[in-house]
Design a protein around this ligand. Structure first.
Ligand code: PGA
Ligand code: ZN
Length: 422
């Protein structure tokens, strides 16, 4: 039974305030969680409640924190912490809006996750085991964002994320080592060519480059220089975050000097897939461009994983629409896009039942909270996207996955999901 709920303020990795919650149970178990925050947010995401005004540049969260310790606490104190669904549903009903803007998705998610952590603590099991039971044994293949562009950096790359995917490793630990070695090789190459090695919001390098192709060439070279085989050991992924450069029906890539219609952008992406060992393509089309998404899916779904982020925003209704229209073949899962753990579990379940893969994801504004690492193992989704292997808010998730792998010992599994695609 929940004895008390308190909200608190914390900073995220971009010097903005965010919401934390602390849930204490009658038996003394404690659970804490801190919520992240995005920059290239989807229009239909659940609403992050901010104070406005001048303090914290308008990004204060005192209203959301007050809701955690006030309205939400009053509601959930006395409830059984293991009744996650009942607790989340009570918060959803009390909020009463479609997008959680009244109470705030940041307030609700903090309580939702802190409750799960407290319940796991009371049962004396790690969070991944609480969420996944005895079946939780699969470590995710990481997608490491080694070159940052778009709104996550101030360089000339329109594509937001250039990812390395070390799927051919034998263990998660080996995959992470490969990722780290490639990251350092890439850094040396950039320096040798006179480029900046300053980093973007997710810890990847953020140089000005001649083209997106040049970024991908540098990544392939870094994989080879690490003694690995591109496509076999480690492949590439992109998150275009195309909603960010969609202007009244056209895709305007200012940094690249390109202006394309939907079918032109699909051909552009198809050329990249032909030229480079790309296995995953996220948000290659804008969130409003359902027709463009259909063209993309028809053209590339048999060859690469097409991940919907802004178009689905971890929302069961929007994923349902995508399944109906046959759009994309995977979904990015961000807890704070929907605002409760229960709804997140429901979306992953719907995706799995419909043959869509799920990729558990961080946000560009992160904290030391490592819930997504446990979520990825608990649900066995097989993939996680949590930034470069640098900057502590990103490394914290990788470190948690290393700890889970150690704890699982010989029971841990690392599965190459790309094999099913080849
Ligand atoms: P965001 O970026 O957290 O800024 O939305 C991550 C992504 O687009 O996948
Ligand atoms: Zn994205």
């Amino acid at each position: 039974q929940i004895r008390s709920v308190e909200g608190f303020l914390a900073l995220d990795s971009r010097a903005n305030p965010t919401v934390g919650a602390r849930v204490v149970l009658e038996g003394g178990a404690v659970g804490e969680a801190i919520v992240p925050s995005g920059a290239s947010t989807g229009t239909h995401e659940a609403v992050e409640r901010r104070d406005g005004g001048t303090e914290w540049n308008g990004k204060g969260v005192s209203g959301a924190i007050a809701a955690v310790g006030g309205e939400l606490a009053t509601m959930v104190v006395g409830m059984d912490a293991t009744e996650q669904r009942l607790i989340d549903e009570a918060m959803i009903v009390a909020d009463g809006t479609d997008d959680k803007h009244r109470i705030g998705a940041n307030a609700m998610l903090a309580v939702s996750l802190a409750t799960a952590r407290a319940a796991a603590g009371a049962l004396d099991v790690p969070l991944y085991r609480y969420l996944g039971g005895v079946g939780a044994h699969r470590l995710p293949v990481p997608m490491l964002n080694v070159i940052n562009g778009g709104v996550h950096a101030s360089n000339n790359l329109d594509i937001q994320e250039f990812l390395i995917i070390p799927h051919g490793a034998a263990t998660f630990g080996e995959a992470l080592r490969w990722g780290v070695e490639i990251y350092h090789r890439l850094r040396s190459e950039l320096l040798a060519k006179g480029h900046s090695v300053a980093v973007g919001d997710e810890g990847g390098f953020a140089p000005d480059l001649g083209s997106h192709e040049e970024a991908l060439e540098l990544m392939v070279a870094a994989i080879e220089a690490s003694g690995l085989v591109p496509g076999r050991d480690c492949s590439l992924g992109l998150d275009a975050a195309a909603s960010e450069f969609w202007r009244e029906g056209r895709y305007v890539m200012v940094g690249q000097g390109l202006e394309l219609e939907a079918d032109g952008l699909v051909e552009y992406m198809a050329r990249l897939v032909d030229q480079f060992p790309i296995v995953s393509l996220e948000d290659a089309m804008a969130e409003e461009d359902w027709d463009g998404w259909s063209i993309l899916t028809e053209r590339l779904a048999s060859r690469v994983q097409l991940v919907g982020d802004d178009i689905f925003v971890t929302n069961p209704g929007l994923l349902g629409k995508g399944i109906e229209r046959g759009v994309a073949n995977a979904i990015l899962i961000k807890l704070n896009q929907i605002g409760t753990l229960t709804e997140t579990l429901d979306v992953v379940d719907l995706a799995t039942r419909s043959g869509y893969r799920s990729v558990i994801s961080h946000r560009s504004g992160e904290t030391e909270d490592t819930t997504i690492a446990d979520l990825a193992v608990g649900l066995g989704t097989g993939q996680i996207k949590t930034g470069a292997p640098a900057r502590s808010e990103r490394a914290a998730k990788y470190n948690r996955l290393l700890a889970i792998e150690r704890e699982l010992g010989p029971g841990a599994r690392y599965v190459d999901w790309t094999r099913a695609q080849r």
